[in-house]
Write a protein that binds this ligand. Sequence first.
Ligand code: ATP
Length: 303
Amino acid sequence: MNALTINQAVKTYANGFTALKGVSFDVQQGEFFALLGANGAGKTTLISAIAGLNRLSSGSIQVMGYDVQMQSTQARMNLGLVPQELVFDPFFNVRQILQIQSGYFGIRKNNDWIDEMLHHLGLTDKANTNLRNLSGGMKRRVMVAQALVHRPPLIILDEPTAGVDVELRHSLWAFMQTLNQQGHTIILTTHYLEEAEQYCGRIAMLKQGKLVALDTTEHLLNAEQNVRIQLQLSDKLPENWQIYCIQLIESNTFIVELKDYNQIAELLGCLKNARIHIHKMHILENDLEHIFLSLNTEQLALI
Ligand SMILES: Nc1ncnc2c1ncn2[C@@H]1O[C@H](COP(=O)(O)OP(=O)(O)OP(=O)(O)O)[C@@H](O)[C@H]1O
């Protein structure tokens, strides 16, 4: 059984705008998975549909085998969602909020797990503090704990590290890794591509409501054959090489994109013949940001 199955998800809002145009993918149990996309790509729309907060126009979604529309209670019990925006109740302290949330899921004695979560999220000394007296970053930690009170097998974090300090980012990822090792499936959206690169085994990219890439992080990073080199020269690039220049950093410093590593020898030979001196040169590693940008600028489809 998959942790998540999305089958031809289409969502047209009341104003006629179609935010999801037939998205399908599965996430296996135990995966650490990233859903990426530029602003407006449809990530939040998809996550809301997974959580049963909005209804798809067509298609279906299952969480741990339960259909989010037909078996909404079971699907909800199996899902922990950390939403993007901060929503909090100013009348309770941290422990009370978590106890109330446990009650929604029918769990009466949850203090051991609550203490463990508070510890992992660096909130132990805030347990008795009222929510309204916590900083934004602290409130976000409470929201993470709230989403996890029922130890859901599938955990979805929508932009969990947006606007949070480095310390929380580290403790949050360490906690998510621990949960993942214990068998929880983790799906996240993030604008920090290096986080997806570092933690996620597989990545889906959405663009204007469509899936444009779905692969292991390793494959995505290796799929790109082009080689980017940053050069600082004593003069301008010879004319016949200027088509390879993709970015001008300053007058004689730029990035060229070559077809493969063998082309480097050709370039070096040409520079030598033209008596152009190389001050600095380094090969740029492929990273998700580069792939993400090329997917979002060109009509490059990997699948
Ligand atoms: N209630 C709504 N009615 C009409 N259009 C909407 C509604 N909610 C979202 N949209 C549109 O659907 C598209 C996808 O929005 P969505 O919030 O899912 O994107 P996103 O990928 O989560 O973006 P972000 O990274 O900015 O959160 C956007 O063009 C948005 O304007």
